[in-house]
Design a protein around this ligand. Structure first.
Ligand SMILES: [Zn+2]
Length: 180
């Protein structure tokens, strides 16, 4: 993939603003994720916020949710597309709370490196489980996703001990098939 110079310098400026080390972009094992040109509106997320995905990811998500529902499993969106500025703001807020950048980067990819920028990643919730907690792995929804997610093109991006050094995220799944 060809990442534009403009995009990289925009990322670099955001990283500087957050005190992210200069070598992050060279040493990070996560790929640079570009914001797609086209996104479609999805249903609102669990909090009632509007969300967007690529057309392909949304179609796959919709089919997967319906199939889960057929199996009496409820899954819902907690978060979908997030742009680079959003990612900057999430990290800036944590730093303002007194956290240190190295620790924050284990839970939040630097701006430009979050899969949510691609419009293909979703954070998934299910009734009876808090949002974005490791205990999601104990839910019926997670068992269902492990068995069936792949059929719809969704892969769990950050399993335990992933090579990216990102914390285990059983709730985070990304649509990995080529778009039609
Ligand atoms: Zn996520």
């Amino acid at each position: 993939m060809n990442i534009s110079k403009d995009y990289l310098s925009r990322l670099s400026a955001l990283h500087n603003a957050l005190g992210i080390p200069e070598n992050y972009m060279d040493t990070c094992s996560l790929p640079v994720c570009e914001e797609p040109a086209d996104l479609v509106d999805t249903e609102a997320d669990f909090y009632g916020r509007p969300q967007r995905l690529t057309a392909g990811a949304f179609a796959a998500w919709t089919a997967m949710k319906a199939a889960a529902s057929n199996d009496k499993v409820t899954i819902f969106l907690i978060s979908a597309y997030r742009d680079v500025d959003y990612q900057h703001n999430v990290i800036a807020r944590k730093l303002a709370e007194g956290r240190v950048i190295s620790e924050v980067l284990q839970a939040n990819a630097a701006p430009g490196y979050s899969e949510h920028h691609t419009g293909r990643a979703v954070d998934i919730g299910t009734p009876g489980c808090d949002a974005l907690v490791e205990a999601f792995e104990n839910t019926e929804a997670f068992q269902w996703l492990k068995t069936n997610g792949n059929k719809y093109g969704f892969i769990m991006s950050y399993p335990k001990n992933n090579p990216h050094g990102i914390n285990y995220e059983p709730w985070h799944w990304c649509f990995r098939r080529p778009e039609e």
